[in-house]
Design a protein around this ligand. Sequence first.
Ligand code: UDP
Length: 316
Amino acid sequence: MKKERVLITGAAGFLGSHLSDRFLKEGFHVIGMDNLLTGNINNISHLFPREDFEFHHHDVSKFVHVPGDLKYILHFASPASPIDYLKMPIQTMKVGSLGTLNLLGLAKAKNARMLIASTSEVYGDPHVHPQTEEYWGNVNPIGPRGVYDEAKRFQEAITMAYHRFHQLETRIIRIFNTYGPRMRLDDGRALPTFMSQALRGEDITVFGDGSQTRSFCFVDDLVDGIYKLLLSDYALPVNIGNPSEITIKEFADEVVALTGSRSKVIYEPLPTDDPQQRRPDISKAQSILGWEPKVSRSEGLKITLDYFKALPEFNS
Ligand code: UDP
């Protein structure tokens, strides 16, 4: 029987590569697309020998052509860390806006269902805690994070426009902080930074006084939530994340303890517009998708540490 075909953009990235694995496991033919700006081909090199996987090296901000049928499109291409937005502000805006527009057009032409990767960043530095999907957010449009936040807000708006105006089948996931194997070591995010600092015995750089909070979700749980949302019939945004909230200082201490490192925490200035608190309200995911995270932070951190420890960077 012919396999159903799914297009995954950002397929060489952290989330895109895990999604590619999952959809292959579910029996789909996966078309992975990436311009390799922040993606890493090593994340998907194990898939190249497979006949049910193909890779297109392409920037989705330019017209996207995919021959043949498509059942689903998952748009996961984007720089995705505050350091990346500073380095690539225009590309970040283009992939969220022009890229999304191109892919919505493709979805319409193929009669495909499209899922977009939105983000807790649409809530900005939130005044509502924990964040529910009904909250409209507190975003600074012209700050350094604005290029990402506003591109994602535009992405949600245009996706709903295609849904309402063209009756396109669309799904919107708001992704909260997620971690796991294949995170980029040098993307400036808290977890890979803390782990590599701890493994090298360097100081751990906590920004601000470390009292800001985040809630970290293990990647396998997130992928499961994405899969469930895609297959559901719910078109409004759904938060997917782990509600277990922790301060960044406590998080740094956990990483140091896990690695057994003698690194000490040092404090550096808080980046502009760094949200003070973040925790998803996941009632919608629980009631609509029957989803909730299963992997505890201690389990997930161990798996992630094993991945980092095995990298050539730590074995020379
Ligand atoms: N952070 C930190 N030290 C670092 C990197 C990040 O203290 O070396 C802080 C950052 O300021 C933020 C939190 O950790 O408050 C999470 O940062 P990350 O970049 O992982 O995610 P985001 O800010 O997008 O939630």
